[in-house]
Design a protein around this ligand. Sequence first.
Ligand code: FE2
Length: 308
Amino acid sequence: MLMQLKELTPEGLKTGHGLAGGQAPARADWTIDQGWHNYTAAEHAVWKTLFERQSKLLPGRACNEFVAGMRDLPIGPEQIPDFEQLSEVLMQRTGWQVVAVPGLVPDEVFFEHLANRRFPAGHFIRKPHELDYLEEPDVFHDVFGHVPMLMNPAIADYIQAYGVGGLRARQLGVLDKLARVYWYTVEFGLVKQADGLRIYGAGIASSYTETVFSLDDPSPNRIGFDLERVMRTNYRIDDFQESYFVIDNLDKLLDLAHIDFGPLYERIAGQPEYQPGTVLPTDTLLTRGTGSYHASKRTPAQPVTSLN
Ligand SMILES: [Fe+2]
């Protein structure tokens, strides 16, 4: 079973997001109080389980910047972190804050927060039977996965620029193109380091199973990041990625933050899109995947049976 993040699904982008139960938010920006004192011992215990098993896996797999960010934040195994304490440290380092939200929020609310250096984090934590599978990003994904990278100045500027760009892309009707860039960088990005490939994407860093799959499994493609190519590439929301895109270093993201995407949107409008596992002759391939993992999961067509 896998972690499933629906925050950026094409469906979500078209329809907007809503709270489970359809409740209207009390605040226009959808933030709530984290209510840290209301977490139960059982909820802290889920955090501890997730934290400890992920902390064992990540040395040698997470990028140096992730490890440094984690080290300098008030995050540990014993308790779900307090967003105010996180924000104090983050604010001093990169000017970001973590704000609590009840779950998925509308796209424009999400982008508005990012554009103002506020990271909206789900305040709830998954249930013990959902350790590797959840439909909405919870506090473990949002805090453990994202916040250490927000301590890095390049990522901090890049995600803010994504928020600004998201508001614009939404108006232009090209949000699906921009969302792919976020997906293949902030969520599922790999980066080259002196000793090999490392993880910087939060969707991987917070997933026990994808941490290993993304780096060690022979199945996925690992392809040098190319902005236009990524903007045309669909992604999987319900399983491991079929392709991961690799940047040379985190400062490359800072370069992306300064690009005017307007001409790019025009250039790729109407161009064919690529399936998640497609490899192009123009790709810089680091690993050509066997595709075996996803092939094994594609069920053959069922024979038509007569009802008579
Ligand atoms: Fe995320």
